[in-house]
Design a protein around this ligand. Structure first.
Ligand code: LLP
Length: 420
């Protein structure tokens, strides 16, 4: 068994793998499979790393809710005083239901609806990260109707290459996010002239799963240059939001520690008084969670051996979608020799695989843990093939809290009706 797992609170124990000392086998017995299992300690350690790296700076960590929006997860961060980065009215409702502070919420996304703007203005969020000229005008109009001034930042696109997967790089010129750098000054002047807006900051986010701090530092330099030009135009900003993106280890990646990732950024803004905001998602929750699944069948083949498990691409879409790698470990490996397996689910698609070419010593009925599944796992799950979504539990010391019940089949079509 490998000595250290990407999921930091996972350890081998007498009854197989344990998370914070709770055997995964016990969790499977109590809650069934497939089940997402999170570690509160890992979440809290992750947040503490950001806090301590930013301790000497006016700064706010806004957890990117999209990575994992379970109320249990959100409430853990809310109790630590975290802010939140949301991309929908639904996420705002979740944050408030989990006890989050609206005054620490930033609202990102290219397609905010009028209703979502109203909802966020009424809740009193900290800032709208606006992504287009049309959105500036809509936000001004909606705020005017409500008799409010909307706090806003413009999300600029610094056009740097984050060197990550093309689907998750967002700061290049040719994608839909943010406004072009060259247009930003004009748009800021326009926004500053609107009666119902309060221009308060600037935002950027260049991509996700970043393993090298250099592109982010390059983006920060560019943003700082713009902040100085804006000051010359009489537009003084109160905060600078550098987005999320710090990567994690899935396999053999070597991401920088939070403090090392932030050090070059903090140097760029040294001596400046603006509040720095960050929107980490994956780096806070990715390695605080795993997906626990049971082997239904072993299917030896001519060319390949398949382990058919009870989790599928509807539970964890990342392998099918991005060819993403998630470590697979047997919770209690069998004695005897390993074989090479393709780990697949029950869904009727060849794309329904969770992992390829893994060496495992397992038998039917054994439990497997798919690691590093805390971010963009449950959050991207679906009900394809009318599969009820997995349960979610949070290990918290000796306690295990059920933070989302397994869905029932009846609930899946409760909103539908046959033709009259
Ligand atoms: N802020 C903004 C504006 C974002 O678009 C994102 C992620 C974040 C913050 C959080 O980024 P993080 O710290 O998690 O890298 N589904 C993909 C990832 C999509 C990320 C989208 N934006 C995956 O499973 O890898």
């Amino acid at each position: 068994m490998k000595p250290d797992f990407p999921v930091s609170t996972l350890r081998p124990g007498r009854e197989g793998l344990e998370l914070e000392g709770v055997p995964l086998a016990t969790i499977a017995e109590r809650f069934g499979t497939p089940t997402y299992v999170y570690s509160r300690k890992a979440l809290e350690d992750g947040y503490a790393a950001w806090q301590s790296a930013l301790a000497r700076r006016r700064a706010l960590v806004c957890y990117a809710v999209k990575a994992n929006s379970n109320l249990g997860v959100l409430s853990a961060f809310a109790r630590l005083g975290a802010g939140f980065d949301i991309v929908s009215g639904g996420e705002l409702a979740r944050v408030l239901a989990a006890g989050g502070d609206a005054a620490k919420v930033v609202f990102s996304g290219v397609g905010k609806s009028t209703d979502e703007m109203r909802q966020a203005l009424e809740a009193g969020i900290r800032c709208f990260n606006v992504e287009s000229e049309a959105e500036i005008d809509r936000l001004d109009a909606v705020a005017g109707e409500l008799g409010k001034r909307a706090p806003m930042a413009l999300r600029v696109n610094p056009d740097v290459d984050p060197k990550t997967h093309p689907y998750i790089s967002t700061g290049l010129r040719n994608n839909k996010f943010g406004v072009a750098f060259e247009r930003a000054r004009t748009l800021y002047r326009h926004a500053a002239s609107r009666p119902n807006l309060r221009v308060s900051g600037i935002a950027c986010h260049i991509g996700s799963q970043l393993l090298d701090p250099a592109p982010m530092a390059e983006a920060a330099e560019k943003v700082l240059g713009l902040v100085e030009q804006l000051a010359a135009d009489g537009i003084r900003l109160d905060h600078i939001d550098l987005g999320g993106g710090l990567g994690i280890r899935y396999r053999d990646e070597n991401p920088p520690a939070v403090a090392d990732y932030l050090a070059p950024l903090l140097r760029v803004f040294e001596g400046r008084s603006e509040e720095l905001c960050f929107e980490p998602g994956r780096s806070l929750v990715g390695n605080a969670g795993l997906l626990l699944t049971r082997i239904e069948y072993l299917k030896p083949g001519e060319e390949r051996n398949f382990a058919v498990v009870d989790a599928a691409m509807n539970d964890l879409a990342r392998p099918a979608l991005y060819d993403a790698y998630h470590e697979v470990v047997a919770v209690a490996p069998q004695a005897g020799s390993e074989r090479t397996y393709e780990i697949v689910g029950p869904i009727c698609e060849s794309g329904d695989f969770l992992a390829r070419d893994r060496q495992l010593a397992v038998a039917p009925g054994d439990l497997l843990a798919l690691l590093s599944a805390g971010a963009y796992g449950m959050a991207m799950s679906s009900n394809y093939n009318t599969r009820p979504r997995a349960a979610e539990v949070m290990v918290d010391g000796d306690a295990v809290h059920l933070v989302r019940q397994r869905e029932t089949v009846a609930s899946l079509f409760a909103l539908e009706s046959p033709l009259p």
